[in-house]
Design a protein around this ligand. Structure first.
Ligand code: 5GP
Length: 201
């Protein structure tokens, strides 16, 4: 059986990665989302177990001690982590998994899982990025300034990913990512089982 794809998507805050990932999950029923754990406060409308598992700091630390994370990182003063359970089992069953995580976490996963597909989303420009974060209206002025400063630093880390996708429109970005996934599915290294054509050689 062909192993599923481990798809890792990152991008600076306000790049629109959440919306692009939602569209991908909607369009690609074979891809399932890895729900992260976090210690940050839920935003209005966020549901425990859907967007995130919302944990208290001591609960999160207990998960770290119990080695329940594939990776975890501190982002903007809160902890975020990818729960390990089910990932390996799903990939072995040929199921694709999408991780939407920050750059520190993605680079840690890349060390452990080099066969994953690492996609970095870019905003069309920094000006556009600022407008998008402000428009969201969920950040305090301090948080906005911090996220913008971090965005510039994070974008440089994008050089270590496999693919870069500019999020000019959700449709375009999602279409480019679907093309990347189609090509990755055709890689010889992912399809060695198909070369056994029953010739006995
Ligand atoms: P937000 O608070 O806006 O939902 O997410 C803040 C940042 O944390 C985003 O860059 C998001 O990709 C990242 N993030 C979400 N889940 C995880 C995770 O499980 N691990 C890591 N390392 N980062 C995460």
């Amino acid at each position: 059986m062909t192993r599923g794809l481990l798809i890792v998507i990152s991008g600076a805050s306000g790049t629109g990665k959440g919306t692009v990932c939602k569209k991908l999950l909607n369009d690609l029923p074979e891809v399932s989302y890895s729900v992260s754990a976090t210690t940050r406060t839920p935003r209005p409308g966020e549901v425990d177990g859907k967007e995130y598992y919302f944990l208290k700091v001591d609960e999160f630390k207990a998960w770290i001690a119990e080695e329940k994370f594939l990776e975890y990182a501190e982002v903007y003063g809160n902890f975020y982590g990818t729960p390990l359970n089910k990932i390996e089992e799903r990939l072995n069953r040929g199921k694709d998994i999408l991780l939407e995580i920050d750059v520190q976490g993605a680079l840690n996963v890349k060390k452990k899982c080099p066969e994953g597909i690492y996609i970095f989303l870019l905003p069309p420009s920094l000006e556009e990025l600022k407008n998008r974060i402000e428009g969201r209206g969920t950040e305090s002025p301090e948080s906005l300034a911090r996220r913008l400063k971090n965005a510039v630093a994070e974008i440089k880390i994008g050089l270590q990913y496999d693919y870069v996708v500019v999020n000019d429109t959700i449709e375009n970005a999602a279409a480019r990512i679907k093309s990347i996934l189609s090509a990755e599915r055709c890689k010889v290294s992912r399809n060695l089982d198909k070369f056994n054509l029953g010739t006995g050689n």
